[in-house]
Write a protein that binds this ligand. Sequence first.
Ligand code: 0O2
Length: 211
Amino acid sequence: MIEDWDTFLIPYKQAVDELKIKLRGMRKQFQQENTHTPIEFVTGRVKPVDSIIEKMQRRQINEKLLEADMQDIAGLRIMCQFVEDIYQVVDLIHQRADLEVVEERDYITNVKPSGYRSYHIVIAYPVQTVHGEKKILAEIQVRTLSMNFWATIEHSLNYKYQGAFPEEINERLKRAAEAAFMLDQEMSAIREEIQEAQQLFSYGKGQQVVD
Ligand code: 0O2
């Protein structure tokens, strides 16, 4: 039994904090170089203890194998404007020397039956602790703003209905997922036009580079 969850989660919190800074730093660098940034914003969280315990029971994960078998105790989300940006971000993550990609799941090409779309990357990330280096698994979810909108709504409804959606809601959610993806496709079709306008806007108004 893990008796002290706070201590167990210390390196996970450190990994999330460090990765948030690094990924936000990538956005800042694109802005400073006055080029289109594929990263709109970044969020991160350590999975709450009750969710970890619930997932261990659901997936029959032995506590001794928790660190290896639960890949999303440390979780990062990168939101992008365009689907093309997602694949650029994935390439950028692959090129980094400070982390190792261990698994990838492309739920954009292979959309989940629920309608969920995102690109998941599982990384091994070394954190420096007072007891030496510890490699932490973290899951980075890369998605468009539109995919994020859908996933956030579906997640709250899932919480309310515990996964057992009434049929009508189920159907509407699936339709909403396709509508969200259609929005992404329409935006992609005029991506160059949009990016040109965004550059003119940010230069013209003399906007500050912000987080
Ligand atoms: P939370 O609250 O987001 O942290 P499993 O967790 O068993 O479903 P697996 O193989 O561990 O699956 O990992 P997977 O499918 O790559 O990623 C799981 C996470 O992806 C979920 O975390 C969600 O964040 C997201 N996700 C996957 N499928 C869906 C979906 O249909 N709808 C929504 N809204 N999100 C999804 P958790 O554990 O649910 O928790």
